[in-house]
Design a protein around this ligand. Structure first.
Ligand code: NAI
Length: 250
């Protein structure tokens, strides 16, 4: 129960890595606002958590993280529902891409930057202001990607956004430390979620072979690390990238 008494917001909490982290946080004693662009999916997640014996530990909220006003409202909802905020996991994201020379900027660049980059910036800003106003320490965890640190096929815009997330993490940790706020990024490799499941079985086998255990990472394995990073046991991990990629980047 290392998150006992904490209140967290998890964006993209209705699916994949976010959904697994909801379960882990609740098992560790946190109350969680499940924030997602799909309210229906977030409400379904709340019902599942309730049915698993943790009634009242979660609530659902619709948010489009690419809209700052909605992100501010999401933080306000966490506070009005659970009384405060201790942790935000800026995890919502979209993936995909086209060859650079075929780009229509309005379709292949702007939406990715708005969700995967601006969405994390808005989450950092809204949560940090809440932590400051509460006068309590806070933890911000941001989902980057292996592609935030290296080039990859069809990932021009995604890589740019995920690299920005790493830069945000460093700069925010630097600026916010005086308020007792810690900021960390994670870089997942190949995780078995909807984002990956859109690819063919053949490609998924290739993805798995790129990791040292030769298998796709389970969302729950990422959630275990996120829960540790959110806890006081990780107090000396700040402003850095935690590679949760099963050795992809070695
Ligand atoms: P997922 O597709 O299962 O979950 C993403 C969630 O984000 C969904 O519930 C979706 O509704 C939500 N979402 C999308 N746009 C949103 C918006 N504008 N506002 C609010 N919510 C929105 O995918 P997964 O894999 O769990 O992705 C989570 C994060 O992990 C993403 O940031 C992704 O880029 C990152 N990631 C995933 C990897 C993988 O192999 N699955 C590898 C590296 C990074």
């Amino acid at each position: 129960m290392r998150l006992e008494g904490k209140v967290a917001v998890i964006t993209g909490g209705a699916s994949g890595i976010g959904r697994a982290t909801v379960d882990k946080f609740v098992r560790e004693g946190a109350k969680v606002l499940i924030a997602d662009i799909s309210l229906e999916a977030a409400e379904r997640a709340v019902a599942e958590v309730d049915a698993a014996g943790h009634a009242g530990m979660t609530a659902a909220c619709r948010v489009d993280v690419s809209d700052f006003a909605e992100v501010e409202q999401m933080v306000a909802t966490a506070v009005s529902t659970f009384g405060k905020l201790d942790v935000i996991f800026n995890n919502a994201g979209i993936a995909g891409g086209t060859p650079l020379l075929d780009h229509d900027p309005a379709k292949d660049y702007v939406p990715m930057i708005r969700v995967d980059q601006d969405g994390v910036y808005y989450g950092i800003l809204a949560a940090a202001r809440q932590f400051r106003d509460q006068g309590t320490p806070g933890v911000i965890i941001n989902t980057s990607s292996i592609y935030g640190e290296q080039a990859a096929e069809l990932a021009f815009s995604y890589s740019a956004a995920k690299a920005a997330v790493i830069s945000f993490t460093r700069s925010a940790a630097y600026e916010l430390a005086e308020h007792g706020i810690r900021v960390v990024a994670i870089t997942p490799g190949r995780v078995g979620t909807a984002i990956i499941n859109q690819f063919s079985d053949e490609l998924k086998t290739v993805f798995a072979s790129e990791q040292l255990r030769n298998t796709m990472t389970q969302p729950s394995e990422i959630a275990d690390v996120v829960a540790f990073l959110a806890s006081d046991e990780a107090n000396v991990i700040n402003g850095t990238v935690v590679h949760v990629d099963d050795g992809y980047s070695v």
